[in-house]
Write a protein that binds this ligand. Structure first.
Ligand code: MTE
Ligand code: MO
Length: 524
């Protein structure tokens, strides 16, 4: 008869891990959400993961990348738990040392980075309950083994097949029950932390003043109104989110301040109350992520309300040798922005509002930077608390340390939204196939968009009316007499400086992916 005990001990270890994570999430919910082991582990791991892997995860999971991380952690933890559980078959003491050691690892990580002892409670509670589950299960699964301490003797410790059916049923029942409770507690803990952060966002809601300068009304011609085409203004809920925070920092607006220091004549600190009293300006600016793939959706357009960074810097009086501003967020992220981009006449803002509302927590509440013409990683610091006037030669920002460029000017780009990939389309009543999409070259502006089907001639697309050179534009192009069958549509934009979109396929690192976006579709 096969020995089932290795399986039983492995299962007991897996269940112990699920109970551990679940209990800890549950207790963390009652104390402080920041001390859940999954959160601590996630936040410890993110900065260590190679950039290429993070970017791959973002491209696979999109904005679910953090959920994917949590699930991966649970799975890896369960596998480890299984291995340790199996070790306990012959080396009981070692298995407990490993279970307890790994279980309190998050506490060690947290306390070493300055957490309080109260933060240790969730993990410790998890360890106690996880070990209890492990002991209970192996006792049930193999009662005699437990009595025969560290026994290697197969004869004395019969496997579960030698036991009554009721014990076996009880064992597997307990395995299933505890796993279900553990997983449910993990899920509940994750959703509780989401609820908690939404609630926190509501409590600290800011009342924004009326803009001193409003953005002009959106002209009718700015929207081409084609089914499937991205709207010219991106609704806040659909706006892409990219940052390194597992849970976005919760910053209290009333205690927030921004400090401008470094190579300046006059150090300046501004509080939220002071900021809201300044004449705030509204500007429409499209934001893009450098890791956006060709044709990707890490780009959006919003109306931002804020105070010009140029005017804040004027108060501080940067020294002549300075050439960069290192902005730091509440969570330690940094971005390096060329000083001249923050002092020229463009609409670089210390923003507090997005689309008529205070910034949502995900997008930097209570204040962030928005800089037209640069990728977000070198300019758009959310939860910003510090501007250090410095030099590129002296300081390096978060992503630059990880292999990305120092300066990040946006490259002219475009994508096809219509037709959607792989769809079947029929010509409209005029016998035409309609193609449409978006094009952007922030702060330079889009001059022209060219579109072609297969290897045909390039057609010049019709463009939506430009809001400002800082925002993207929609384009639309129709084709007559497209033969039935499968075709490829390709788009290429040209900016107002005459730069053609780079056709060569290049990966995102160090300074944005290049290549022309193509879509395949079938004409019926
Ligand atoms: N604090 C902080 N700010 C940040 C980041 C970050 O990781 N942390 N990511 C930057 C990057 S890479 C981009 S593309 C933009 C995205 O802004 P959004 O999430 O509001 O779309 O935020 C920037 N600001
Ligand atoms: Mo980004």
């Amino acid at each position: 008869m096969t020995d089932r005990r290795p399986l039983l001990f492995t299962l007991a270890g897996i269940v112990a891990t699920l109970v551990y994570f679940g209990a800890a999430e549950f207790i963390a919910g009652a104390f402080s959400a920041t001390s859940a082991p999954l959160l601590i582990l996630g936040q410890t791991i993110i900065p260590l993961v190679p950039t290429a892997m993070i970017k791959a995860a973002i491209s696979i999971f999109g904005t679910n990348d953090k959920l994917a991380l949590v699930i991966t952690l649970v799975i890896v933890g369960a596998i480890l738990g299984g291995v340790i559980g199996r070790v306990g078959l012959h080396r009981r003491t070692l298995s407990f040392v490993l279970l307890i050691g790994l279980g309190i690892l998050p506490v060690v990580l947290l306390v070493s980075t300055g957490g309080s002892l109260l933060d240790a409670v969730p993990a410790l509670g998890g360890v106690v309950l996880g070990c209890a589950a492990y002991v209970g299960l192996i006792r049930l699964g193999d009662g005699r083994e437990l009595r025969a301490e560290d026994s290697q003797d197969r004869d004395r410790s019969a496997d579960i097949d030698g036991q009554p059916d009721s014990d076996r049923r009880a064992f597997f029942g307990l395995v299933a029950g505890l796993s279900a409770v553990g997983i449910a507690a993990i899920a509940a803990g994750q959703s509780a932390s989401i609820l908690a952060r939404n609630a926190a966002g509501a409590v600290t809601k800011l009342v924004l003043p009326r803009p001193a300068t409003s953005a002009p009304k959106i002209p009718a011609g700015a929207e081409l109104d084609i089914d499937g085409l991205a709207p010219i203004m991106t609704p806040t809920d659909d706006f892409y989110r990219i940052d390194t925070a597992l849970i976005p920092p919760s910053v209290d607006a009333s205690s927030w301040s921004l400090r401008i220091h470094g190579m300046v004549d006059e150090e300046v600190t501004i509080t939220m109350a002071q900021l809201l009293e300044l004449p705030l300006e509204e500007h429409r600016v499209s934001l893009t992520c450098v890791s956006n793939e060709v044709g990707g959706d890490l780009v959006g357009n919003a109306t931002w309300l804020g105070y010009p960074v140029r005017d804040l810097l004027k108060r501080a009086q940067p020294n002549d040798e300075a050439d960069m501003v290192l902005s730091t967020s509440d969570d330690g992220f940094t971005a390096s922005t060329p000083l001249e981009v923050l002092t020229d006449d463009r609409a670089s803002l210390l923003a507090v509002g997005m689309n008529g509302e205070p910034l949502p927590r995900d997008h930097g509440f209570p204040a962030r930077l928005v800089v037209p013409g640069l990728y977000g990683f070198v300019s758009a610091t959310k939860w910003v608390t510090e501007l250090e006037v410095t030099r590129f030669a002296d300081k390096e920002a978060y992503w630059t340390k990880r292999g990305w460029s120092t300066h990040g000017p946006v490259l002219v780009a475009s994508r096809v939204d219509v037709p959607r990939a792989g769809v079947h389309v029929s010509p409209n009543k005029d016998g035409q196939i309609i193609t449409a999409g978006m094009a952007w070259a922030q702060h330079v502006g889009i001059a022209e968009v060219r579109v072609r089907i297969d290897n045909g001639d390039w057609h010049t697309a019709e463009l939506s009316e430009e809001l400002t050179t800082d925002t993207w534009r929609q384009w639309r192009c129709h084709f007559d007499d497209v033969e039935p069958g499968t075709h490829t549509v390709t788009v290429r934009a040209v900016d107002k400086d005459g730069n053609e979109q780079i056709a060569e396929r290049r990966p995102a690192i160090p300074g944005s992916a290049t290549g022309l976006h193509e879509r395949d579709f079938t004409v019926d």
